[in-house]
Design a protein around this ligand. Structure first.
Ligand SMILES: [Zn+2]
Length: 425
């Protein structure tokens, strides 16, 4: 068998397999949630009211069904780009139009930009429906059309200002540094990721949201006491105006070294009592103490090294292009095409290993919870988790197998069960 045909076959099988798996998992999730819709699970009967439980079930089912539509559409677009010749057509068009005038680099940047723009436009209706229909229906959306347009304009501007130079650098490395280009490209990509980790919280995120130091004096005192007794410098604690777009409440940590910070959504501070806020902060500090950011970066280093090495080899194989529906050019560089094909095809295969990553992430959540119990009140953390679950309409009864594939955070029942020994003492 010709290698080009083998690739087409492998790709088709992986795509069909991942589609079947996704449909099966979502069907399980929808059935499981619907089957438990009419009764609050026993451990929560004293704390969660039936209407809230049913609202969470409806929200979960609606989102899961809509997600399936997106999955099916995404698969159709993927086949359209590859086996049905969409990328080949776009590539031929832009190569003939741009390469004589702008040279290899100009043509390739044009191709990447066109591909990104078309992809963004295709996704737009889904994003609009999710925001203005689903989130609206369940009372979460606070986004206005005006804000949506402003956000989109800002995202495009940021994407162009950051994406184009990075893409140009990558293409230049691919074209000019010889056989071992992928090592250089990997180094550049890692440097970019590290820079982004430091610069994103301080330069990019403030373009979209306001970040202010925590103002509430009594809460601040509690929080500083917690940070002092668990050995953190009492800075880098911010409140973000998340309520501008959504009623969903959240807290997250980001950055490393001097740039690390904990961010509370204002919606979270409105909903939780001071002791509960303290417990949530202790959880986020747990992520720092266990070096979860550093571990994530180390994983990224390792996996992207393998990915770049693979890409370095694939770019030199003509079957990599023809097997995915693109005729490589003899007269122009094929690097941009290779990048696009790689980005399109890798997720189809990597979906099968996604449970491994989700599992590590869930383990990190348990570690952070345990840390929070040791440094704050476990009962407060349990109360906060329950409130956040209810307010965000997260289901208490997800399908166990669906959780394994998709959940970055353990379901409430598991988290609360793990807290139980310290929460009851
Ligand atoms: Zn966490």
């Amino acid at each position: 068998m010709h290698p080009s045909f083998v690739l087409t076959l492998l790709f088709t099988l992986a795509l069909l397999g991942s589609l079947l798996l996704k449909f099966w998992l979502t069907t399980r999730q929808v059935r499981h949630v619907a089957a438990h819709r009419d009764m609050v699970p026993t451990p929560f009967q004293a704390t969660v009211a039936l209407p809230a439980h049913q609202r969470a079930a409806d929200y979960t089912v609606t989102k899961a069904r809509f997600g399936l539509l997106g999955t099916a559409f995404g698969a159709a677009v993927l086949v359209g780009w590859t086996l049905l010749g969409g990328l080949d057509a776009l590539n031929t068009l832009l190569r003939d139009a741009l390469q004589p005038r702008w040279g290899d680099l100009g043509y390739q940047l044009g191709l990447l930009a066109a591909f990104a723009a078309i992809g963004g436009l295709l996704e737009l209706p889904f994003d609009l429906y999710a925001t203005f229909r689903i989130e609206q229906r369940f009372g979460f959306n606070r986004m206005t059309w005006k804000l949506y347009l402003i956000d989109t304009a800002k995202s495009v501007a940021v994407g162009v200002l950051i994406g184009l130079p990075i893409a140009a650098l990558m293409l230049w490395i691919m074209g000019s540094t010889g056989r071992w280009w992928w090592l250089w490209a990997w180094g550049a990509w890692m440097a970019f990721n590290l820079a982004a980790l430091v610069l994103y919280p301080t330069l990019i995120a403030p373009i979209f949201n306001k970040f202010e130091p925590l103002a509430d004096a009594s809460l601040k005192e509690r929080v500083q006491a917690l940070m002092a007794r668990s050995g953190f410098a009492a800075k880098g604690l911010f409140v973000m105006d998340g309520s501008k777009r959504s009623a969903h409440a959240n807290a997250y940590f980001t950055g490393f070294g001097a740039a690390k910070r904990v961010v509370f959504f204002d919606t979270l501070l409105q909903k939780l009592l001071p002791g509960e806020v303290e417990a949530v902060l202790a959880h986020e500090l747990g992520h720092f103490r266990h070096k979860h950011v550093t571990k994530r970066i180390a994983t990224l280093f390792a996996f992207s090294f393998a990915a770049f090495a693979l890409l370095g080899w694939l770019t030199t194989q003509s079957w990599f292009y023809t097997g995915l529906g693109v005729e490589p050019s003899m007269r122009a560089s094929n690097d941009a095409v290779a990048l696009i094909l790689f980005l399109l095809v890798v997720p189809v295969f990597s979906f099968f290993v996604s449970p491994l990553f989700a599992r590590v992430s869930r383990r990190h959540e348990f570690e952070a919870d345990a840390y929070a119990c040791a440094h704050a009140d476990g009962r407060d953390l349990a109360a906060a988790l329950l409130k956040l679950h209810e307010d965000n309409a997260s289901t208490l009864t997800p399908d166990p197998l669906y959780v394994r594939f998709y959940y970055s955070h353990p379901p409430a029942s598991e988290r609360l069960a793990a807290l139980a020994p310290s929460a009851s003492s």
